[in-house]
Every structure is written in structure tokens, then in C-alpha cells.
Write a protein that binds this ligand. Structure first.
Ligand SMILES: [Zn+2]
Length: 232
């Protein structure tokens, strides 16, 4: 096998590898969760935050009710203890108890409101959780074929790269270096096929003399694109 044929084989492998890598990128990208699913995730998150907010509020209010209750009870105990006889002090105590009871009534209303909100938000959370579960299941079904393709591509790329390694090892270092440089400069294509007298890299007609040299297996560059030419 002439060197140009070896390089042409390497080129064909690299072209396949490039195509598969590109497809793998697209397949990975297509597996990103769609916007609709992300919106449902945000809905679940918002419900969780809201639920926690109301649960905390309920807890704080309940504690405050307890504390107001204790204060009111202590004042009542003092009021009815018989130890306080000063009318001014008795009146103050009664007023304090009244104020505490009013505060307690307000707090109890707020506790009820928090309970109602907890129930509402809990219902929203349940609905959001269910919507997410459905959407995730749908998305997993939809993207299952992408996962399969991803695995196939990865396996196929692994095999191609193994073959490439073997093929590249058989080519001398300076030629391989030139090949890699040409590939970088010519959009991944260093060796172009020559069909009859046309370069398949740039569609330019190649002179009869060069065609002859290519067919003899010699190293010839296309005048149009500068790529190496290989008979197909
Ligand atoms: Zn060309």
C-alpha cells in the first residue's frame, strides 16, 4: 500500500470520527430537559418555598398564642389572688388582661389563616409534584431513543478510534504531521478523492499529468485546494 493510500484511509476514518462526534454532540444537546419541564420544576420549587413559609408562620403564631395565654393567665391569677387591693392596680390588671385577650383573638385568626394557606399550598404542591412526575416520565420516553443512539455512537467512536490508532502508527511521523496540519487548515479534509479528473475536495479539474501521477500512487497536491489527492 502506498503512503497516499494509507493517508487516504486515515482521512476516511477521521471523516467518520468527525461526523460521529458531531452527531454525538447533537444527541447530547437534544437530551437537555425542555423548557416546559423546567417550568414545572420551578412550580414545584415555588410550592415548596411557599409551604415552608406558611408552616413557619403557623409555628411562630402558635408559639406567640401560647406566650400571650401564659401572660393573661398570670395576670388573671394575680387579679383574683386577693393580694392586689389597690383599685388603680386592679384596673390596670384588668385592662392588661383585656388587651392580651384581644391580641390572642387576632393571633388566633392569623393561625387559622395560616392553616387555610397551608392546606391550599399543600394542594398546589401535590398537583405540581404530580405534573412533574408525568412530565418526567413523558420526557424519559421521548428521549429514550436518544440515549440508545448516544450509547451506539460512543461504542462506534471507540472502535473507530482504536482502528485509527493502528492505522496512524503505520505512517511515518513527518507525513502524519503534514496530514494533521493540512486537516487543520482545510476544514478537516487533508486528503481528497480524485474522481476521474475531478478533486472531490474542491470540485476543480485536475490536469492529465497530475491524474497520471495520482494513479501511479505518487504524492500530488490539488492546485485548487492544496489537498493531497488520492485515486478513488
Ligand atoms: Zn481540490
Amino acid at each position: 500500500m502506498t503512503q497516499i493510500h494509507q493517508l487516504y484511509q486515515l482521512q476516511k476514518l477521521d471523516t467518520q470520527i468527525d461526523e460521529k462526534k458531531k452527531r454525538l454532540g447533537a444527541v447530547l444537546n437534544a437530551q437537555k430537559e425542555p423548557e416546559s419541564l423546567l417550568t414545572i420544576r420551578k412550580r414545584v420549587e415555588a410550592a415548596n418555598v411557599e409551604l415552608q413559609k406558611w408552616q413557619t408562620q403557623h409555628k411562630d403564631l402558635t408559639l406567640e398564642v401560647g406566650s400571650v395565654n401564659t401572660k393573661a393567665k398570670n395576670s388573671e391569677n394575680r387579679l383574683y389572688s386577693g393580694k392586689v387591693t389597690n383599685p388603680k392596680e386592679l384596673k390596670d390588671l384588668q385592662q392588661e388582661i383585656d388587651a392580651l385577650n384581644r391580641r390572642k383573638a387576632v393571633l388566633e385568626d392569623a393561625v387559622l389563616e395560616a392553616l387555610v394557606m397551608i392546606e391550599e399550598v399543600q394542594a398546589e404542591k401535590t398537583a405540581a409534584d404530580e405534573a412533574l412526575e408525568t412530565a418526567v416520565a413523558q420526557w424519559e420516553t421521548q428521549s429514550a431513543h436518544l440515549k440508545t443512539e448516544q450509547n451506539e455512537l460512543a461504542l462506534s467512536l471507540h472502535k473507530l478510534m482504536q482502528t485509527r490508532k493502528t492505522k496512524a502508527a503505520a505512517i511515518d511521523a513527518p507525513s502524519l504531521k503534514e496530514y494533521e496540519q493540512l486537516r487543520q487548515q482545510r476544514h478537516g479534509l487533508a486528503v481528497a478523492g480524485l474522481r476521474v479528473n475531478m478533486c472531490l475536495g474542491c470540485r476543480t479539474t485536475v490536469s492529465a499529468n497530475k491524474v497520471k501521477e495520482v494513479n501511479e500512487g505518487r504524492k500530488v497536491y490539488c492546485g485548487g485546494c492544496g489537498r493531497l489527492l488520492a485515486a478513488v
